[in-house]
Design a protein around this ligand. Structure first.
Ligand code: 6PG
Length: 247
């Protein structure tokens, strides 16, 4: 199936999906380090990427961690040791098991007084890391995203002002379900500026939203607003998530 120059791949399970991502990760990191000296990746939370993060640990000796810089796509405004924290999950599944130098890990700061302050601090860090001029956006080599049943991606939820952001690098987001934690998220201009964007999607509960985005072209959903300017877009899913589009 063709969706605006993207590749849509359906795997037997998240194990096979993660093998594909690791192969691509190796290829992209090698190329980027050869050309620019480093590889920059932004990682998401959620359940789907856990198999990938755990499997990446087996490549500890092979992957070029010294030249890899790891950022976060989004975070709940909770301490890093909180079980709801994406950083906590990343640390448990991947970071603490690999030889990625501490200076190469760039978590979303959460010790500020408000999520707005956190977003500003994260954006300031990114501006200095990427040596950005006024109006420029970071250019990640790879961004991993997920899709929620409601079509959210990163922490960009349907009908929230975050979707209209055109100038900021990171924003504070109050999820529509206000019982949920406030979040900090990269914005669409940053996501769409990446060289490579991989959506990782799993489970039967995602089949409907995948169908809405890829077959019905429902552009009201945040994940459908991910359209890289020049980069490559991959929709990678297990067969359950792909059940309706493969019919
Ligand atoms: C988060 C996310 C979020 C996630 C989707 C899909 O922190 O929760 O970054 O956007 O990627 O909700 O999550 P699953 O992989 O659990 O389906």
């Amino acid at each position: 199936m063709n969706y605006e120059n993207s590749e849509i791949l359906i795997f037997k399970d998240t194990g096979q999906l993660s093998n594909f991502v690791i192969e691509k990760w190796m290829e992209l990191s090698e190329k980027s380090i050869k050309n620019k000296g480093h590889f920059t990746v932004a990682l998401s939370g959620g359940e789907t990427p856990i198999t990938l993060y755990q499997n990446l640990v087996h490549f500890n000796d092979v992957l070029p961690w010294e030249n890899t810089d790891m950022f976060q796509v989004d975070e709940r405004f909770v301490p890093h040791k909180d079980r709801e924290s994406n950083y906590h999950m990343l640390n448990q599944t991947l970071l603490r098991h690999i030889r990625l130098p501490k200076k190469n890990i760039h978590p979303i700061p959460v010790k500020e007084n408000t999520p707005q302050d956190s977003a500003i601090k994260y954006a300031t860090g990114l501006t200095s890391y990427f040596k950005l001029e006024e109006g420029e956006f970071p250019k990640f080599n790879l961004i991993l995203l997920g899709i929620g049943e409601d079509g959210h991606t990163a922490s960009l939820f349907p009908d929230t002002p975050s979707l209209k952001e055109t100038g900021l690098i990171a924003v504070a987001v109050l999820p529509p379900d206000t019982s949920k934690q406030e979040r900090v998220s990269l914005t669409l201009p940053v996501i769409n500026n990446a060289d490579n964007i991989f959506f990782l999607i799993s489970g039967r509960s995602k089949a409907k939203v995948v169908n809405e985005i890829l077959k019905k072209r429902n552009t009201s959903l945040p994940a459908a607003l991910v359209r890289p300017k020049e980069g490559k877009l991959f929709f990678l899913m297990d067969k359950e998530a792909g059940a309706l589009i493969s019919k």
